[in-house]
Design a protein around this ligand. Structure first.
Ligand SMILES: Nc1nc2c(ncn2[C@@H]2O[C@H](COP(=O)(O)OP(=O)(O)OP(=O)(O)O)[C@@H](O)[C@H]2O)c(=O)[nH]1
Length: 281
């Protein structure tokens, strides 16, 4: 059993240049201690109820050390799916706790960075929201590369969008190594469906998720149903994979492996510049 969460503090830390920096505070509702459950065992990436024992040990070691903000670990999440299925609303419900009723198309890509503390260790998700509109596909697909998690989204009230998820996944995986990503299939707008229709659509979605080797979730950005549960699950699986990969590579817990916040900032700046150019055009 893991210890209870310690009080969160914002502390000054030395970075590599010897300068002092403040890590942004992690809000209390982003602290994960228990291994988050799946939505349904019928389409789940992992059935286990607890963290990997080796990863748990490594967490204790790493949590005991102070890590500069720029060396914290981060995983990239790419969210794809048809236009209007609710990708932006899903991300905004989790990151900003808001719901926008009026549709505003995503132009190209957008991103959020969400910070967590998992088993005492700081961790971040870089969440890329991509445009579903055909005319923006070529811009969006440039950002699929390097994903650790691919989230294929469909509208539970529009069965055609479920049929298209395989194609979205193929496109996202074209830019990534086979088997390198966790795949999620997320049905949105559960609030619009009567109970029986929801059950029917979930059965279809579970079948497709199994074929795609994906974990299925049904959510509503409007009511918030399962939104936090879903992102916690994503964060936990990505985090554990990072920890295990570090151990496999014999990387000392103090340093960590993979993308650091700093190296990824270059990627984000590039995206922001692209967006600015696009808006100017
Ligand atoms: N009732 C309901 N409506 C939702 C939900 N999620 C999104 N919507 C609505 O669906 C529409 C599209 O939502 P967006 O999040 O902008 O869709 P998107 O997939 O990001 O669309 P693109 O940016 O074009 O790819 C908006 O009018 C939202 O208000 C939900 O959970 N329930």
């Amino acid at each position: 059993m893991l210890p209870p969460p310690p009080p969160l503090q914002v502390t000054m830390q030395d970075n590599r240049n010897g300068m002092m920096s403040f890590p942004p505070p992690i809000s209390r509702d982003r602290v994960i201690w228990e291994f988050p459950k799946c939505y349904t065992p019928e389409a789940s990436l992992q059935m286990k109820k607890d963290w990997d024992s080796q990863a748990k040990e490594a967490c204790k070691d790493r949590a005991a050390r102070h890590q500069p903000w720029d060396r914290q670990k981060m995983s990239k999440v790419v969210v794809v799916g048809d236009l209007n299925v609710g990708k932006t609303c899903l991300i905004n419900r989790f990151c900003k706790d808001v719901f926008e009723r009026d549709y505003k198309a995503t132009i190209g890509v957008d991103f959020e960075i969400e910070r967590f503390e998992i088993s005492g260790v700081p961790f971040s998700l870089q969440i890329w929201d991509t445009a579903g509109q055909e005319k923006f596909k070529c811009i969006a697909s440039a950002y699929y590369r390097g994903a650790q998690i691919v989230v294929t989204v469909f509208d539970m009230a529009d069965i055609k969008s479920l049929d298209h998820t395989r194609q979205w996944l193929d496109e996202a995986m074209r830019e990534n190594e086979p088997g390198s990503c966790f795949i999620f299939l997320v049905g949105t707008k559960t609030d619009l469906l009567p109970c029986e229709e929801r059950q029917r659509t979930e059965r279809d979605a579970i079948r497709i998720a199994t074929e795609m080797h994906a974990e299925f979730w049904a959510v509503s950005a409007k009511t918030g149903e399962n939104v936090q549960g879903f992102f916690f699950r994503v964060a936990a699986l990505a985090f554990e994979k990072c920890m295990l990969r570090d151990m496999e590579n014999g990387v000392p817990a103090r340093i960590g492996y993979g993308d650091s916040i700093r190296s990824d900032c270059a990627n984000l700046e590039e995206a922001a510049n692209q967006n600015m150019k696009k808006n100017c055009c």
